[in-house]
Design a protein around this ligand. Sequence first.
Ligand code: GDP
Length: 298
Amino acid sequence: TERLKAGLAKTRDKLGKGLAGLFGGGQIDEDLYEELETVLLTADMGVDATQHLLKDVRERVSLRGLKDSAELKGALKESLKDLISPLQLPLDVSGHKPFILMVAGVNGAGKTTSIGKLAKYFQSQGKSVLLAAGDTFRAAAREQLVVWGQRNGVQVIAQDSGDAAAVAFDAVNAAKARGIDVIIVDTAGRLPTQLHLMDEIRKVKRVVQKADETGPHEVLLVLDANTGQNAINQVKAFDDALGLTGLVLTKLDGTAKGGVIAGIAKQRPVPLRFIGVGEGIDDLRPFDTAAYVDALFE
Ligand code: GDP
């Protein structure tokens, strides 16, 4: 929790300072709600989530007959927890062997870093992990993954073919032959507006389905929290094109836009499996609503 609090320092700073002024005592009135609206928008919660939270807080206030602004904090925390708790659905890889996880994202979102962290995370649970080097656009990315795998005892399937779907197909078959627990299929970074690249990643998914009719078991989108409201658009676009089952929100430690989680919850509630709160290998955490909200407010 301390680590999480430190990671969320920037968001907390912005949100917390704004809120501290509001919760200082005095009447709950329209001016206060207006200020609250501004603070929530400033933390990048977005218009929809902000309106939802204001309405929800107002209801709690009137239901309980609250009068003093100091009592507003508890109501807001509850509203926020209610809004984002549907995102808290931890990833369970025990239902399939191999469990096939596909990872998508725009360039620079933190995909490669997150894959390394995920591999470690699963290894620490006693699972064997195989990586499929499906970023066939950048030879350097492939080499990087191979070297990283050698160093960390993670098997990597790579090819020179330039065909991401072929790499994924090979990897699923190799994982089956070797009795691997979890496969992580990397893909090249892409924007949802690059339609030919979206076709390519859909093909990767189809080919995975051919290699294992139950898979892929998880389609993860890696998002950079710094992109704020644009992250929500990415979730929608990738979900429409590919069918997402989970999200990884990276770089929460470096941004004041941590409120974007509320926006995602309101607009496209895809389970937030993990949050990234630093560059270190252990800085990937399963998302926990209570810990997140408490870290924001305390
Ligand atoms: P990719 O292009 O999506 O594969 O992005 P990379 O994995 O190469 O990451 C881009 C940069 O973001 C690197 O410098 C990473 O160290 C950094 N990064 C990734 N995740 C996090 C995070 O949770 N916190 C911080 N502070 N940096 C991160």
